[in-house]
Design a binder for this molecule. Structure first.
Ligand code: FE
Ligand code: FE
Ligand code: ZN
Length: 278
């Protein structure tokens, strides 16, 4: 079995997210640590967070997946963007000390013309400056579609970041199905081979979470436009094989599809039906 859920808003508090996840049929969820477009993080109410922790264990939730804001670019060319991003990362990891049972996922970054090698070095450098042995979350690098100058489209690039980080035990990868497909990995016809390649290059023990999305665009398009499950170029059958793949069991799967609550409830039910069919 896998855990399934979607992105929820932290604005009504932590316990409210747990309850909302249950209402939609989920047993995990994702949330932005602050406004996805940046901005200051809200002060955490310790009683509310403690109530969530209690709720998660009572309802047998899987690991949650916190998401860094999109404005964070650890390999920006502009020094001020990079230092802002470093502050956000350090502040978020400090907040994650309070939030239990949650990974912290981020987009590696865009090298904006500096080249992937320089980008990789800057990202690793940022992680080396920020990660501390006492951090309890695992930081996930998200597989990217390769839009613009995004770093992390290939498994090799992600591996190269991990290799340059001293505290690499604290790193993992979030496998986004839309992004890997748009990045050129054929999970429709060759899922086993793609995961074998992931294993050979990065190691499947690093694959800790999945973003379950269909894609509006064909293989290798480098577009990053998510589609509802079964309505895109990846399709229901292929996504069902992802959900039921032996290498991915026990992991949190997060839907990032263009949906309202009703749509998410329907997709979560669909994924559960697939799990029972396996
Ligand atoms: Fe993401
Ligand atoms: Fe994603
Ligand atoms: Zn995306």
């Amino acid at each position: 079995m896998i855990y399934i859920g979607n992105h929820l808003s932290v604005s009504k508090g932590f316990l409210a997210m747990g309850k909302q996840a249950s209402k939609l049929g989920g047993d995990t969820f994702a949330f932005f640590t602050r406004n996805p477009r940046g901005g200051k993080a809200k002060q955490i109410d310790p009683a509310d967070l403690e109530a969530l922790h209690q709720y998660l264990s009572e309802h047998h939730f899987g690991t949650l997946v916190a998401h860094a804001p999109y404005t964070m670019n650890l390999c920006a060319a502009k020094e001020e963007v990079r230092s802002f991003s470093l502050d956000v990362l350090a502040d978020d990891l400090e907040r994650m000390q309070q939030i239990h049972h949650s990974y912290y996922n981020f987009h590696p970054g865009s090298h904006v013309g500096q080249g992937p090698e320089k980008g990789i070095a800057l990202i690793a450098d940022a992680l080396n400056h920020t990660l501390k042995p006492e951090h309890r979350t695992t930081v996930l690098l998200e597989t990217m579609a390769g839009k613009g100058s995004e770093v992390g489209r290939t498994f090799e690039e992600l591996k190269s970041i991990i290799d340059q980080v001293a505290l690499s035990d604290q790193l993992g990868v979030c496998f986004d199905t839309c992004h890997v497909w748009d990045g050129g990995y054929d999970i429709v016809n060759h899922l086993d081979q793609v995961l074998e390649e992931f294993d050979r290059i990065i190691g499947l023990d690093r694959l800790l979470a999945v973003h379950l999305n269909d894609s509006m665009n064909p293989l290798g398009s480098h577009k990053d436009r998510h589609q509802k499950i079964g309505q895109g170029e990846i399709g229901a059958e292929a996504l069902m094989r992802v959900v039921n793949h032996p290498a991915l069991q026990g992991k949190p799967f997060i839907l990032e599809t263009p949906n309202d609550d009703e749509g998410y409830a329907r997709e979560i039910a669909q994924v559960r039906a697939w799990m029972e069919q396996a």
